[in-house]
Structure formats: structure tokens, C-alpha cells
Design a protein around this ligand. Structure first.
Ligand SMILES: NC(=O)c1ccc[n+]([C@@H]2O[C@H](COP(=O)([O-])OP(=O)(O)OC[C@H]3O[C@@H](n4cnc5c(N)ncnc54)[C@H](O)[C@@H]3O)[C@@H](O)[C@H]2O)c1
Length: 352
């Protein structure tokens, strides 16, 4: 496999710019193929970023210059493309959620294992310095015994957001609503920092949108494997929408992190040196968010994550967010849906 690695991008919709800009600015990567079932999308991307255009991903997978495939099709339309890519010997990067059920994700994980290629799931927040700082602080025991971990993702999406898309709000292709599409970043970060979730008990509702099959509002009480407790709240129904927030509490301290910033650091025995670190990530109010606007304009974090995948391929190691890592938030969300449907608590596999 020569350098730079050749990339194919499959699915040239809203999120594709983050991948295309990343690929064209990482020295060890280059764009080889741009794929979308809509010819107009293909033409627009090829004229701006180069590469060969395809409307059928099977033809792009036959191109020997393709080493890595970024799959950015709707969430429930990734498994077959990922399995075909793995069978063709290509490494695979997929957007969040990795897929919409753990069974479909397992098919992808197994296909990639069988063919000795990497499967990575995009969770760009894990690459932001404030989150890495908090993850490290909690892992090193700064909060003492963890007692509570809460994730709040109270966003606003208009009716037009759902009406204007053939797949958003459907079980088959979105796989869920306020949690599977929007809240998943907060849920991934919560379990990354607090550890595996053991059990959930939940309610969901469709309260403020029409013509969607999935929930636009969800609440869950959760029990972590450590014994800590917490809540997850997610919605796309509250105007004007608020920045994603995690509240983390232990016997030695509490941290609140909101969007890209720490907004509260109350930890016993914080030294001046540690406080100086905290201040780098501290802001009383978050400055940017997708709480009411889905458009993303800064590809810095996608670039860092895709660069990590490139290095993992070159070094023969797992990427920081593997398919198995990406599977965890989907298992939590599916368990929340099952609990809401049956009215009973749901235990998760602790293989998480
Ligand atoms: N990481 C993030 O923060 C983030 C943000 C937005 C979206 N996403 C994820 O990215 C994915 C795509 O979202 P989007 O907003 O770009 O959607 P979109 O509807 O704008 O784009 C999807 C594209 O896929 C194409 N497509 C569908 N099926 C195809 C197929 N079989 N072969 C080739 N092309 C096909 C469509 O024509 C469309 O251009 C979703 O899973 C979403 O959850 C992630």
C-alpha cells in the first residue's frame, strides 16, 4: 500500500465536506473516488476536489488505487457498503452512528476482521482538547469515586429539517431520532468518560414533530457498571436548543462540560498548575454549537480523527475509535428504545 493512501468517499451530502477537506489536507491521504447515487452531487464534488466520480460504489471499490473508504450514506445504509469494502480489502471509516443496530454493526466488525482491514467510527468530539482533558482527569481519579454522570442534549430541529429529507426520522434509515441521530455524541462521551452502562430504564415520545416515525424526545435513568447512576435526556423539540452538556460528579469533585468548553470545575485539591490547564478549556458559556443548526463548518476534529485512522493503518494498530468503540453508544440507545417500548428496565451486555 503506497503513500499517500487513496480515499473513496461514498455519500456526498451535508457531512461530506468535513471528510473531503480533511482528506485533501492530510499529507498521507489523497482523494481518489467520489461516489453518490446522485450524479449532480458527484459532478459538484469532482469539480471542486478532483478524483474520479462514480454513481455506483461497487465500481469505485474495484479501483485498485482506493485503500480507504469513508461511508457517509444515511445511517441505516452503511452495512452492505462496509462489508463490500472490507471484502475488497479496503479499510473502512463510517460516520456516526456506525450503523443503526448492534447486529448490523457486528456484521461490519466481522467482515473487517475477516479481511484484516480497519473499521473506524467517526466521533470527532473525542478529539477535542477539553474532552480529552476531562477524560484524562476522570480516568486518573480526580473526581474520586464516581457517583453520577448525566448527559443532556436538548436541541431544536424544525419540521422542515425532517420534511426536507427522505431518510431522517425513519426507523429504516435514521434508526431512531433525538438519541440515535443527535444525542449520540453526548452518549458516546458519557460512556467513554464514566465507563460501561449496565442497565437503562426509559421513556420516549414524539411530541413536537409530525410525519416522523421516531422519537423527538427521550429520557433514561441509567446504572453504570461501576455502580454510579445517571440520566440521559435528548430532544430535538425544545426551542431554541441548548448546547450539549455533561455533568460528572464524584466524591472528590464535579465537572460540567458544555459543547467545547468546561463550564464548571469544582475539584478538591486543585493546584495552581492544574487550574491553569483547566482555564485553557474554560468558558462560562459555550460559544458554538449545532443545538439549533445542523450545519458544520470546521473540519479540524474530523481531520484529527481521519489522521489517526491513517496512522493506525500505517502502524498496524487499532484506531482511537474502532468499530467496537462506536458500537457502545448504539447498544445504549437501542436498549433505551427497548425499555421505552416494553416499560421494563433493560440490562446491557457488559462486553460493551
Ligand atoms: N459527525 C457528525 O457530527 C455528523 C454530522 C452530520 C451527519 N452525520 C452523519 O452522516 C451521515 C450522512 O448525513 P448527511 O447529513 O450528510 O446526509 P445527506 O442526506 O445530506 O447525504 C447522504 C448522501 O448519501 C447519498 N446516498 C444514499 N445512498 C447511497 C448509496 N447507496 N450510494 C451512494 N450514495 C448514497 C445521498 O444521495 C446523499 O447525497 C448520517 O449517518 C449522519 O448521522 C454525522
Amino acid at each position: 500500500m503506497g503513500l499517500p493512501l487513496g480515499f473513496a468517499v461514498v455519500g456526498l451530502g451535508a457531512i461530506s465536506r468535513m471528510h473531503l477537506e480533511s482528506i485533501t489536507t492530510i499529507p498521507e491521504a489523497r482523494l481518489v473516488a467520489a461516489v453518490d447515487s446522485r450524479q449532480s452531487q458527484v459532478d459538484a464534488v469532482v469539480s471542486e476536489f478532483g478524483g474520479i466520480g462514480y454513481t455506483d460504489y461497487i465500481e469505485a471499490l474495484a479501483n485498485p488505487d482506493v485503500d480507504v473508504v469513508c461511508i457517509l450514506t444515511p445511517s441505516g445504509a452503511r452495512r452492505d457498503i462496509a462489508v463490500a469494502a472490507a471484502e475488497a480489502g479496503k479499510h473502512v471509516i463510517v460516520e456516526k452512528p456506525v450503523e443503526i443496530t448492534v447486529e448490523r454493526i457486528d456484521d461490519m466488525i466481522q467482515a473487517c476482521r475477516r479481511n484484516g482491514v480497519i473499521l473506524a467510527g467517526i466521533f470527532q468530539f473525542r478529539f477535542k482538547p477539553a474532552w480529552q482533558f476531562v477524560k484524562q482527569a476522570v480516568a486518573s481519579g480526580r473526581l474520586g469515586k464516581l457517583v453520577m454522570g448525566d448527559a443532556y442534549n436538548k436541541w431544536w430541529r424544525s419540521q422542515e429539517y425532517y420534511d426536507g429529507s427522505g431518510w431522517r426520522g425513519t426507523w429504516a434509515l435514521d434508526g431512531g431520532g433525538a438519541l440515535m441521530n443527535q444525542g449520540i455524541h453526548a452518549i458516546d462521551l458519557l460512556q467513554w468518560i464514566m465507563g460501561p452502562v449496565a442497565e437503562v430504564s426509559a421513556y420516549t415520545g414524539t411530541l413536537a414533530h409530525e410525519r416522523i416515525e421516531v422519537e423527538d424526545t427521550a429520557v433514561a435513568a441509567i446504572k453504570f457498571a461501576s455502580g454510579a447512576l445517571g440520566v440521559i435526556e435528548g430532544t430535538t423539540s425544545v426551542y431554541p436548543g441548548y448546547t450539549m452538556r455533561l455533568e460528572l460528579h464524584g466524591t472528590e469533585g464535579s465537572v460540567v462540560i458544555q459543547g467545547d468548553y468546561i463550564t464548571e470545575w469544582s475539584v478538591r485539591n486543585t493546584s495552581e498548575a492544574e487550574m491553569a490547564q483547566v482555564r485553557k478549556y474554560y468558558a462560562p458559556e459555550s460559544k458554538q454549537s449545532t443545538a439549533s443548526d445542523p450545519a458544520q463548518t470546521d473540519c479540524t476534529w474530523h481531520r484529527l480523527q481521519i489522521a489517526d485512522v491513517v496512522q493506525s493503518i500505517l502502524e498496524g494498530r487499532e484506531p482511537l475509535v474502532s468499530g467496537e468503540e462506536g458500537r457502545k453508544s448504539v447498544e445504549i440507545i437501542r436498549s433505551i428504545y427497548e425499555s421505552a417500548r416494553t416499560g421494563a428496565p433493560v440490562k446491557l451486555s457488559l462486553g460493551q
